[in-house]
Each structure stands twice: as C-alpha cells, then as structure tokens.
Design a protein around this ligand. Structure first.
Ligand SMILES: Cc1ncc(COP(=O)(O)O)c(C=O)c1O
Length: 397
C-alpha cells in the first residue's frame, strides 16, 4: 500500500495531531555543522558516574528480568526519603510509582483522570506535551492565556477559575514553568487548591523544575503543592529524573498519587510499558541518594547563565522578557515578530543558532522564542553573539 492510502486508515487524532513546534525546529536544524542549539530542554552535562555505575553492576548481576510494575521497592523508598528530606515531612513509598520519564507520568495522569469529551485546563504558554496527549484521547485542553504586561507574566486566577465548567476534570499547574519561568506563590497554590477542592476536580502538578528556583525569598526550591496539600487528596504530581540529575536520555520519572490510586497507576503502567528496567532504576536510586550536591551545582550554573543571558538581551532594542524565577529557559519576545516558527527556522539558516518557537507553547506564546540556557558558558556566549548580530541585521518577519 502507498503512504497516501495508509494514513486515512489511522485514527483521526493520529492523522491530525501536529508535531511539537520544538521538534519541528530541532529536526530542521539537527546535525548542521557548527549549530548552537538552545531548543531542547536539557543541560550540557552528561550523567555523573556515581549515578550510572550501579547500572553496570546491576546488569553484571543479571538484573535483566521483568520487575515490579510500580518500580523496585528500593527506588520507591529512595523517592520517599528524597521527598522527606526536601519537603520537611514524612512521605511513604506507597505514594510513588516509577514511570518511563516525566512524559509517561503525564500520560498516566491523563489516562487516569480524563476521558473522551472531558476538559482539562492549562494556563499557557505551556509545554506542548500536555495538550498533545489530551487531544490524542479526545480530551479537550482548555487554554487559559497568561498575561505578559510590563515585562511580567501573570496568571489571572479569576480567569483560570472561570474556565472551569461541568466537563472540567483537572487543572494542570506547571511551576516553575517551562517555558516562561513563572513560579506560583504559596498563595496562588492555596487558591488553586481551594478552588479544586470546592469543585471536586483534580490538580495535575508538574514540579519537575522545582529545584531550579531563583525566587527573591532565597528558598532552595519553589513553593509546591506538597507544602499545602495532603498527599491523599485529588492531587497527582508528575516528575522526572531528567532535569535535576542530567538524565534526559534515561527516560525515567515518577508519578506521585494518593495511595488508593497507586494500584490504578500500576495497572496503567502495565498496559503502557510493563515497567521500567531494574538496572536503570538502580541508577535512579543512586541519583536520589547521592545527587544533592550535583543538583546544587546545576542550579548554580543555571543562575549564573540566567544572569549572562539577561545582561546580553536587556540592552537590545526590540527584545522583551521577564527575568525567569525558575526552570532554565528564557522566553523572550522580538517586537513585531509575527510567526515564531518561521523566524526560528530562519535563525537556524541565517545565524546557525536554534531556538524553540513560542507558538509551540500555545497561542499566548506567539511572538516569543524560547532558549534553554543550561549550557556551556562559551557556547552560550557564542550563541548569544550570533543572535545579537542576526537581530542587528535582519527583520524578524
Ligand atoms: C514541564 C515539563 N514537564 C515534564 C517534562 C518531562 O521530562 P521527561 O519526559 O524528559 O522526563 C519536561 C521535559 O521537558 C518538562 O519541561
């Protein structure tokens, strides 16, 4: 059969779901000689030896068989201990299931909480990998655009709550946010919690960048739903080993659910992947147990690089941004830019620098570009220099 005959035989969502705009630009620029790529959400460092050595040992011991669908007990215990250490109260391993990356944690949350015809509210600009999987199963992502005014992004809570209707099953809150670096205050999170409680809807919390926090309060992590919610309420948190511990390629993450839901999440894991490899889970446990200093070092690099980018972009005419309070992205507007995907592809061609197009993050992101700045300093400086020269000599449209 020809391709043109095969495609119409697929499900409607598989036929029409577009690729993520981030991937679109990345595939366009991937492999170009000398390209400096800021499009992907990952740091510059490979996984430290202390985290990957247990993987080899596990393989050598023959830990190559099927295992617990929820994750090995040692890793789930390590997750509980990690949370106990960082959130100042006791956590139980029974609330954690190990998933194939943060992405699969999101998949499981969505499969558990929303169905065909339901609605899930997402403040945008937002990472596109919520809306895509929601649409794939017929759930409607309801965007609530955040406002960019006076160089600050703000989430209008009245507008957020007004988006909830009889079909609403959940609100997604990603704080610190990819792409804008917005961090909900404790008061924001309490208001969202109270609203969700009153309506009986779920909160899907994504706090994968929680340690990358630069708030003026000097805290070592962003405000979290775990500070203000009971673990047994309608809260599901998606998380990952990818960012903190430089493990994006490992595809390992976790989902934190009320105890009653752990068997349900486990069943969904069974039908999605049938569990994570034991040997990788050994490495994840090592990262949790021995990785605090490494995370601190990553956060210090992010903070320094954030300042470098801000100092470079601030004096430029036509560039507007909010200094991010968390995560490791700059989301900056180029005055007058109409089509961020086309411009991002042109910057690849004309400056050999790769940014993600703002439109990939929802309608509220059009007019912006996203840059991941957790990179080697020399690459960061060189990429910024190339962009500055491009901006001085080109119209964005
Ligand atoms: C906000 C957010 N959540 C979750 C993830 C998932 O990460 P992964 O699937 O690599 O574990 C990412 C990755 O970019 C992200 O930016």
């Amino acid at each position: 059969m020809r391709e043109t005959d095969l495609i119409p035989k697929l499900t409607k969502p598989a036929q029409i779901e577009p690729d993520s705009g981030i991937v679109n630009v990345a595939m366009y620029g991937f492999g170009r000689p000398g390209i400096i790529a800021f499009w992907a959400g990952e740091g510059n460092l490979p996984t430290p030896g202390a985290f990957y050595r247990p993987v080899g040992e596990s393989l050598a011991k023959g830990e190559t068989f099927y295992t617990w669908q929820r994750g090995i007990p040692e890793l789930r215990e390590a997750l509980a201990a990690y949370h106990t250490r960082h959130f100042g109260r006791n956590f139980s391993s029974e609330n954690f299931c190990v998933t194939g990356g943060g992405m699969q944690a999101i998949q499981i949350a969505i499969q558990m909480l929303a169905a065909d015809g339901d609605e899930v509210i997402i403040p945008t600009p937002a990472w596109p990998n919520y809306a895509g999987p929601l649409r794939m199963q017929g759930t409607v992502p309801v965007e609530v655009p955040m406002l960019f005014r006076d160089h600050r992004w703000s989430l209008d809570l009245d507008r957020l709550f007004a988006a909830a209707g009889p079909k609403t099953k959940a609100i997604v809150i990603n704080s610190p946010s990819n792409p804008i670096g917005w961090c909900g205050t404790r008061e924001d999170l309490i208001a969202i919690r109270d609203f969700a409680r009153a309506k009986g809807i779920w909160i899907i919390g994504d706090e994968v960048y929680s340690r990358f926090y630069f708030g003026k309060d000097g805290a070592k992590r962003a405000p979290s739903f775990l500070d203000i919610c009971d673990t047994e309420e309608q809260l599901v948190l998606c998380n990952t080993f990818s960012k903190n511990w430089a493990m994006t390629g490992w595809r390992q993450g976790w989902i934190q659910v009320p105890k009653a839901l752990a068997p349900v999440a486990e069943r969904l894991i069974q039908y999605n992947t049938s569990g994570s490899p034991v040997f990788l889970q050994r490495g994840c446990a090592a990262a949790l147990e021995h990785g605090d200093a490494f995370v601190d070092q990553q956060v210090a690099t992010a903070r320094k690089n954030r300042d470098i980018v801000a100092e470079t972009l601030r004096p430029l005419n036509r560039i507007h941004f909010q200094m991010p309070d968390g995560a490791f992205y700059f989301f900056f507007a180029i005055e007058g830019m109409k089509d961020s995907l086309t411009t991002a592809r042109r910057i690849v061609d004309e400056a050999n620098v790769g940014f993600a197009p703002g439109a990939a993050f929802g309608a509220a992101g059009e007019g912006f570009l996203r840059m991941c700045y957790l990179k080697d300093e020399d690459k960061l400086l060189e990429g910024l220099e190339r962009f500055k020269n491009w901006l001085a000599n080109h119209d964005p449209n």
